[in-house]
Write a protein that binds this ligand. Structure first.
Ligand SMILES: NC(=O)c1ccc[n+]([C@@H]2O[C@H](COP(=O)([O-])OP(=O)(O)OC[C@H]3O[C@@H](n4cnc5c(N)ncnc54)[C@H](OP(=O)(O)O)[C@@H]3O)[C@@H](O)[C@H]2O)c1
Length: 307
């Protein structure tokens, strides 16, 4: 999802020499093929959007794959980039790097101040290692080799190219699918796990892509002024959140599902609120552009095209 959105954004901005690979073409967990890829292509800039990703169910079921694949992908790509003279790289992390009980909204300096959410701890530990890889290469090779590796931590993303798998998807694609099917089947009600009261932040993926290109191309002196050598990552969010109930109502309206929506408070809610503090990014001159209703309408159009 994000990689494709970054490609769309770069193309819109006139870049005409973008090199991409699918998972089938290049397994980033294999050090040898990654080294060969970089030796052949010698890119100037690298956006590392590939990762093993998924919701709670997938994280709980495949914890070994979530930590191993992500550690390997990052270590292979970041080191091969360095070995082949790449000076600019952007690593994509996630908001789950922050402690489960971090103060809200979550600032960058909440990193490593507390215990992580256990369900996605292996994934989060890998993402934290990715941030520290970037910072460490900068600290060791920044002056000698001009290495400038940056990282961005997006909030929950949605939009074209999302994963609509019935079990392994995030909340927005899961609800789009369920309301769409309920409308088609004239179901009298849709039941949603949890109380509906937790608040979450959602960012349209093209906004995320625009933020990535913005951060990649900031002059080094500006990036350095707004970050620290051992606290180099930047949050990417829209700055506002909605309850799951509000989200469900907007999705139902977008899809034209008019029957009942029920909530099951006996099922787990997760933390009451999860919102990024994106002040650092805002101070670097970037703001989200696409509102939730507009973004969800575009996401549903994409769902209809692909289903
Ligand atoms: N989506 C969100 O809400 C969200 C939120 C926060 C952070 N992020 C971060 O944003 C980045 C992109 O996420 P996304 O939502 O765009 O996920 P995505 O749509 O699943 O894209 C990830 C891509 O990485 C590929 N990949 C996985 N393992 C690979 C491997 N070993 N070698 C090569 N390619 C591999 C996947 O290919 P296959 O599908 O074929 O395996 C897929 O094309 C990730 O770093 C993720 O952690 C996403």
């Amino acid at each position: 999802m994000v990689g494709s959105a970054i490609v769309r954004t770069l193309q819109q901005q006139g870049y005409d020499n973008i090199v991409v690979r699918t998972h089938a073409e290049l397994d980033l967990t294999s050090q040898a093929v990654v080294q060969q890829f970089f030796a052949d292509e010698k890119p100037n800039q690298v956006y590392l959007a590939a990762a093993k990703v998924g919701g709670i169910h997938a994280n709980n079921t495949y914890p070994a794959e979530f930590i191993y694949d992500n550690l390997m992908i990052q270590a292979n790509v970041i080191d091969a980039a360095f070995q082949n003279g790449v000076q600019q790289l952007l690593f994509l992390g996630s908001s789950c790097i922050y402690p489960k009980l971090a103060d809200q909204p979550m600032r960058e300096d909440a990193l490593l101040t507390g215990t992580l959410e256990p369900t996605n701890e292996p994934y989060a530990i890998a993402k934290i290692a990715g941030i520290k890889l970037c910072e460490s290469y900068n600290r060791q090779y920044g002056t000698s080799h001009g290495v400038d590796y940056r990282s961005v931590m997006p909030t929950n993303l949605y939009g074209p190219g999302d994963n609509y798998h019935p079990e392994n998807s995030h909340v927005i694609p899961a609800l789009i699918r369920r309301f769409h099917e309920a409308k088609q089947n004239n179901s009298p009600s849709v039941a949603i796990w949890g109380s509906g009261t937790p608040k979450r932040e959602f960012l349209y993926v093209d906004d995320m892509a625009a933020a990535c290109v913005h951060v990649m191309n900031l002059p080094k002196v500006i990036y350095d002024q707004h970050t620290e050598p051992m606290l180099g990552h930047i949050n990417v969010g829209c700055g506002s959140d909605v309850t799951i109930k509000e989200l469900a109502q907007i999705i139902a309206k977008t899809i034209g599902y008019q029957s009942e929506i029920t909530f099951d408070p006996s099922k787990p809610d997760g933390v009451p609120r999860k919102l990024m503090d994106s002040t650092r990014l805002n101070n670097l001159g970037w703001q989200a552009q696409v509102g939730l209703e507009d973004g969800l309408a575009r996401a549903y159009e994409d769902f209809l095209r692909s289903h």
